[in-house]
Design a protein around this ligand. Structure first.
Ligand SMILES: Cc1cc2nc3c(=O)[nH]c(=O)nc-3n(C[C@H](O)[C@H](O)[C@H](O)COP(=O)(O)OP(=O)(O)OC[C@H]3O[C@@H](n4cnc5c(N)ncnc54)[C@H](O)[C@@H]3O)c2cc1C
Length: 469
């Protein structure tokens, strides 16, 4: 059996960067003691906490080191001084203002997780690693029974909680690969033999396979589908295979639908670089940065600037950007035919937890609909397929797809939050606050109801108690 108190206030499902990020947000907003006073259970199916998927890649981060260190800057170091002295935190300080290696960031977030692990154990609510949540069912008294399995021996039990935070991450879906179309061309099944997910190319093993495939090919050609950070990171990772692979002009073609844009600190710097393709609503009103959210930063930005030939950079002509909405369908078909390897960088699907209502019926979630809608609304509430919030269930992290449009960064941005800084900051804090407020309301209502029951009983007995008695 998994040992736990019979009911807690909040169960966080997933102990990766986002799940632990919620605890970071609680700590930095001064809400950690209240949260734990009401009971917190963290469930992680793996043996280790914190790094989640970030630990799987041997490339540089998309965001600057500062976005990971923000949590220390905002107070975490005061609660956990050992984090300030941790070797990964100290090494990360040297990367301020630029990208840092993901393995280093993975070490850093794992250290944060260990700090919370000790804290939670110290207050008698140990984090449960090696414990997988299988599903959650609404109970008759408006709680959630989370059905869990201990990975080691398969033991199963239910843990009851008032609120759930789903932080289970996301994955590129191989089902989506079968439906993948580029400018009207189905990629599956015609090209399935040379089609891979971008995550494969971003990991060391996948790169080795790509090297084997492309070495000794006279004019290697790779088509990357998608215009995301993963697409440019994949292109960058593939270029690192030279000199073994003989890349030539236009060897790597990125097939994208929207323009790819670099981030700039200020509009003046953008113009000075020769970049003018932005308008007022592409500039963050708070920071003055151009495309802070929808633009590329770090290594991806560097390679994009080189592809676009901006500033005085040496032009990167081995990568060609092909906007599939504006080029002839024949050109797209030809590129797919010619490619030795096709990399799908087409986004992620949430690993959402199956939820059931109090009658045992499956609650279909918005994120399960076609087109990959977000799992949550702008208050991080998990939505059912009709767009209604599922009571008591929040989502955070890559699985959630928090819609950022109009809330942070460039007003023109219509994408989703996929970075730690907001989970540690604004998004995480808002979830913790909402959970605590709802729990206070529920407790107050329970007191009122208990009071009302007592009053009714007293009235029946003919002894109406007055305040102060
Ligand atoms: C290549 C790449 C580069 C990135 N670079 C950056 C960057 O520079 N900056 C940035 O801020 N973000 C970056 N991200 C985005 C994001 O920060 C990471 O993807 C991060 O790992 C997401 O954290 P997560 O907790 O949402 O998901 P995950 O990392 O996938 O963690 C989910 C956790 O939940 C656990 N879990 C899943 N299901 C269950 C279950 N049923 N029961 C119990 N446990 C479960 C998993 O074991 C895992 O530990 C990058 C992502 C990728 C892929």
């Amino acid at each position: 059996m998994v040992h736990r108190p019979s009911a807690t206030g909040l169960t966080i499902i997933g102990g990766g960067p986002a799940g632990i990020g919620l605890l970071v947000a609680a700590s930095n907003s001064g809400q950690l003691p209240r949260l734990f006073a009401r009971g917190v259970t963290v469930l992680e199916r793996g043996a280790d906490l914190g790094a989640g998927e970030l630990g799987e890649y041997d490339i540089n981060s998309d965001s600057h080191a500062d976005s990971f260190l923000r949590c220390l800057d905002e107070g975490l170091g005061e609660r956990f001084p050992e984090l300030l002295a941790h070797s990964a935190a100290r090494a990360l300080q040297d990367y301020r203002g630029r990208a840092a290696p993901l393995p280093l960031i993975a070490d850093f977030v794992a250290a944060i997780a260990r700090a919370f692990q000790s804290f939670a154990a110290g207050v008698g609510q140990p984090i449960l690693t090696g414990t997988q949540a299988l599903a959650a069912t609404r109970t008759a008294d408006d709680r959630w029974a989370v059905h869990v399995r201990r990975v080691r021996d398969g033991t199963e039990t239910d843990l009851v909680s008032r609120h759930l935070a789903v932080a289970t991450g996301a994955e590129p879906s191989s089902v989506d690969l079968r439906r993948l179309r580029v400018a009207g061309h189905a990629v599956w099944p015609r090209h399935k033999g040379k089609l891979v997910l971008s995550r494969a190319v971003l990991a060391t093993v996948g790169l080795r396979v790509a090297r084997r495939l492309l070495t000794n090919t006279r004019n290697p050609c790779v088509a990357i589908i998608g215009g995301s950070h993963s697409a440019l990171s994949a292109a960058n990772a593939l270029l690192s295979l030279s000199p073994g692979v003989n890349w030539t002009r236009g060897s790597i073609v990125i097939l994208h639908r929207r323009p790819l844009r670099p981030t700039y600190q200020t509009p003046e710097l953008a113009r000075a670089d020769g970049f003018h393709a932005f308008q007022d609503d592409d500039i963050c009103p708070k920071t003055g940065r151009v495309f802070p959210l929808s633009g590329f930063c770090s290594d991806s930005r560097d390679v994009l600037l080189a592809i676009m030939g901006l500033g005085r950079r040496m032009r990167e002509d081995r990568i060609h950007l092909m906007d599939v909405t504006h080029c002839a369908a024949r050109g797209v078909a030809g590129t797919l035919e010619r490619a030795d390897l096709i990399v799908a960088a087409t986004g992620y699907r949430p690993r959402a937890l199956p939820l059931f209502d109090r009658h045992g019926r499956r609650i279909a979630l918005a994120s399960e609909e076609s087109g990959g809608p977000a799992m949550v609304d702008d208050q991080s509430r998990v939505l059912d397929r009709t767009g209604r919030p599922v009571p008591g269930v929040f989502g955070i992290g890559l699985s959630a797809g928090f819609p950022l449009a109009g809330t942070h960064g460039d007003p023109s941005f219509d994408g989703r939050a996929n970075g730690l800084a907001l989970w540690h900051g604004e998004i995480g804090t808002a979830i913790v606050r909402a959970v605590l407020e709802e729990q206070s309301t529920v407790s107050a209502l329970a007191l009122v109801r208990a009071g009302a029951r007592r009053t009714a009983r007293d009235q029946v007995d003919g002894h109406v108690l007055q305040p102060g008695h």
